[in-house]
Design a protein around this ligand. Structure first.
Ligand code: GLC
Ligand code: CA
Length: 532
């Protein structure tokens, strides 16, 4: 089994994880310092949001040189140290790769503006605005460039021009940037908005659609600026680049519209498993977090990524672009714990967003403190993504141990913040942190979770989520009571034909739950994992 097929990956947003040089911004040396903590969680890999040289208009998602580390985060040497130290501790390292667009400060764009040699068609240039495409971060997707005398396409900020993947020279140049990091021993990439790389060659207008928000970008059906057959072809080419190396993985961010596009997301593993090994599925970052939705989503996601076709489902609830799952669940700690079980006791790859293991919450900023371009443009319809990018909460020292000078984003000093630090949670065996460690250890010790698709039982109330993994008589079963009442569940409905199930773990250690007469009685808001 390849490492990513049963991996727990920890996402770090480097600006917000650990500052090491007192400038209020997290950096690579800070991450190195915290590797033992990350390792102690039991995770297999980390993925880092972008650390490349960048004017930081979109906090690193606007790259001006793929082969340099931005000075804010450190140096190339610091990066190499991070990779070496992580590997020495048995952790894989994945990097974000932003290949749909670069920064307008990238030399490629400078050269393309002046039609310099092979760079002439590195971006998408037109004499007139050819269609109705909108930029995700506001306004038209086309901006006029005085120097070249043409319009260029940008799916995000005007400072993020889209690269022209139809140009073979451009594509090969991009692939060489990828090889540069593969040569440095990086284990894989989290590919930014990868389903948008192959634009419709005719640049046709997107049809109108009632979207999930009134933002003009959401009021279009993105059939021509995303998900074209070309995109699939180019991803196959990228896959063959990483196949030149052993054991590397591609994890795709598939931008979806509406609350869910599960088939679309799943299609990016490729009909012959020749595209991405892993694709994020974002429905549960958008839909209401309740047992019914979780069950439906998980069931469908397994159906779309079947084991017998060699597919690996990838699970995620939180990241740097959406309010943290626990906050979407009303900042309810018991719900956060149930979601931890859902996230981690699954076949495939589970991705934790830093601080999720402590139950960190998203808290909005007042308008004048907003840093995120999305929030600046669309407040109050969209308040931006700063709330989920607040610093990691390490300890009780100033700025919660994140930095000894003013952090770029204010830490979340909400009422019970002390309980949401590593310092507090390390000293109690019934904390969220302890639960994450136990769940990861349990997942690693039960092979059947990785070897069987989940069985979803229907004989339970709809507000209870129950599923099980059985292989050769060995079974792990999950029962999550998301209702407001105590529920009694028969174990043979959750795991038919399985005997000897007993409670291996409860979402609250201090509650004593036992199996009696093949039944379990679960108080409201509690969850258990059972094994035989
Ligand atoms: C992805 C990133 C997001 C970024 C956008 C543009 O969605 O996750 O943070 O703003 O791409 O690069
Ligand atoms: Ca710093």
């Amino acid at each position: 089994m390849a490492w990513y097929e049963n991996a727990v990956i920890y996402q770090i947003y480097p600006r917000s994880f650990q500052d090491s040089n007192s400038d209020g911004i997290g950096d690579l040396k800070g991450i190195v310092r915290r590797l033992p903590y990350i390792k102690s969680l039991g995770v297999d890999a980390i993925w880092l949001s972008p650390i490349y040289k960048s004017p930081m208009k979109d906090f690193g998602y606007d790259v001006s040189d793929y082969r340099q580390i931005d000075g804010i985060f450190g140096s190339m040497e610091d990066f190499e140290t991070l990779v070496a130290e992580a590997h020495a501790q048995g952790l894989k390292v994945m990097m974000a790769m932003v290949l749909n667009h670069s920064s307008d400060q990238h030399p490629w764009f400078e050269k393309s503006r002046s039609r310099e040699g092979k760079y002439t068609d590195f971006y998408i240039w037109k004499d007139n605005v050819p269609n109705n495409w909108k930029a995700c971060f506001g306004g038209s997707a086309w901006t006029f460039d005085q120097k070249r005398g043409q319009y260029y396409l940008h799916s995000f900020l005007k400072e993020q021009p889209d690269l022209n993947w139809h140009d073979e020279v451009c594509r090969n140049t991009i692939f060489d940037e990828v090889r540069f990091y593969l040569d440095k021993g990086v284990d894989g990439f989290r590919l930014d908005v990868i389903n948008a790389v192959g634009k419709d060659p005719q640049l046709r207008s997107n049809p109108f659609m009632f979207g999930e928000t009134p933002r003009p970008y959401d009021m279009q059906n993105h059939i021509y600026d995303r998900n074209t057959e070309y995109t699939h072809e180019y991803i196959r080419q990228l896959r063959s680049v990483i196949e030149e190396y052993d054991d590397r993985a591609l994890l795709g961010e598939i931008m979806i519209q509406g609350k869910s596009q599960m088939e679309q997301s799943a299609s990016y593993t490729g009909q012959n498993n020749d595209e991405l090994q892993l694709c994020f599925e974002f429905s549960m970052t958008k839909k209401r977090l309740n047992a019914q939705n979780l069950r439906k989503t998980a069931k469908t996601w397994y159906e779309l990524n079947p084991l017998d076709k060699g597919k690996t489902p990838c699970w995620v609830l939180s990241n740097h672009d959406v309010p943290r799952a626990i906050t979407r669940a009303g900042n309810s700690e018991s719900m956060g714990r149930l979601l931890a079980v859902y996230l981690l006791i699954q076949r495939g790859c589970s991705v934790i967003y830093f601080g999720e293991e402590l139950g960190l919450q998203s808290k909005d900023f007042p308008r004048k403190e907003i840093q995120d371009p999305l929030g600046k443009q669309y407040w109050p319809i969209m308040k931006g993504r700063d709330a989920e990018r607040r610093p990691m909460q390490w300890d009780y020292s100033p700025n919660m141990g994140f930095s000894d000078s003013k952090p770029w984003l204010e830490p979340n000093y909400s009422r019970s913040w002390r309980h949401l630090t590593v310092e507090w949670q390390e000293h109690d065996r019934d904390t969220m942190l302890a639960l994450y460690r136990k769940l990861i250890a349990l997942r690693k010790s039960r092979a059947e979770i990785g070897l069987a698709d989940a069985f979803f039982c229907s004989g339970v109330p709809s507000s209870v989520l129950a599923y099980s993994f059985t292989k050769d008589g060995r079974c792990t079963a999950v029962i999550l009571n998301m209702s407001r009442k105590t529920r009694t569940i028969r174990l043979d409905t959750v795991a038919p034909g399985v005997s000897g199930l007993d409670v291996a773990l409860c979402t609250y250690d201090r509650v004593n739950i036992a199996v009696r007469n093949n039944e379990i009685s679960l108080p409201a808001g509690l969850g258990v994992v059972l094994t035989n």
